[in-house]
Design a protein around this ligand. Structure first.
Ligand code: TMP
Length: 213
């Protein structure tokens, strides 16, 4: 079996940049690496992502949102993650089930037990071996995310960035709460530092935790 690493954190915590760097050095070290993300990661889930993150869909009710995340995940796990793990690859995934617990549970206030059931339904036996939380203050994360949005001409995916500051505080606290319950799976990395410093900390930690090839 392969090794499944998920990266989590609030908006603007720097996950996407760090995942790219991890993939580069792991590949150079001879690992077979698959980089993917949620929501998305395959055509059907990418189509669901476009619906979920479209700022015009502000009237979407929380339950519809939750079910769409679950639907996207079921497809993504079956089509991308499970086959890659079965082939012995290292899978790096930008967000996974913990984002549903924090955003839809801590953020939207949906029942976390129900979310847990849906997560299991969608992911089946696939569970992260390791989850890296890039932790940074909400204010810093949101200001980085706004800089990114204002500087892009790509399709705007800003529905979650438009939520209130308190919503993001609840998500931040939710990630810390999840990490406290499962200290063996979660690793907290300070993401408020520069790209190089954060990258070095992640590399040092992963070098210790990854199985030998
Ligand atoms: P990203 O901006 O990191 O690509 O993530 C997309 C957005 O989707 C982000 O605001 C968090 C949100 N999200 C959820 O609300 N629930 C989920 O289960 C996942 C995977 C993402």
């Amino acid at each position: 079996m392969g090794f499944f690493i998920t990266f989590e954190g609030i908006e603007g915590c720097g996950k996407t940049t760090q995942i790219r760097r991890v993939a580069e050095w792991l590949s150079a070290d001879g690992y077979e690496v698959v980089v993917t993300r949620e929501p998305g990661g395959c055509p059907i889930a990418d189509a669901i992502r476009a619906i979920l993150l479209d700022a015009r869909n502000s009237s979407m009710v929380p339950l519809a949102e939750l079910l769409l995340y679950a639907a996207a995940r079921a497809q993504h796990v079956a089509e991308v993650i499970a086959p890659a793990l079965a082939a012995g690859k290292v899978v790096l995934c930008d967000r996974f089930t913990d984002s549903t617990l924090t955003y839809q549970g801590y953020g939207r206030g949906l029942d976390r037990e129900l979310i847990g059931h849906l997560n299991t339904l969608a992911a089946g036996t696939v569970k992260p071996d390791l989850t890296v939380i890039l932790d940074c203050p909400v204010e810093l994360g949101l200001s980085r995310a706004m800089t990114r949005i204002n500087g892009t001409t790509a399709a705007r995916e800003e529905r979650f960035e438009q939520e209130s500051r308190l919503f993001h505080e609840r998500i931040h606290d939710g990630f810390l709460a999840l990490a406290a319950v499962e200290p063996d799976r979660f690793v907290l990395v300070d993401g408020s530092r520069g790209i190089e410093e954060t990258g070095a900390a992640i590399r040092e930690m992963l070098t210790r935790r990854l199985p030998r090839r």
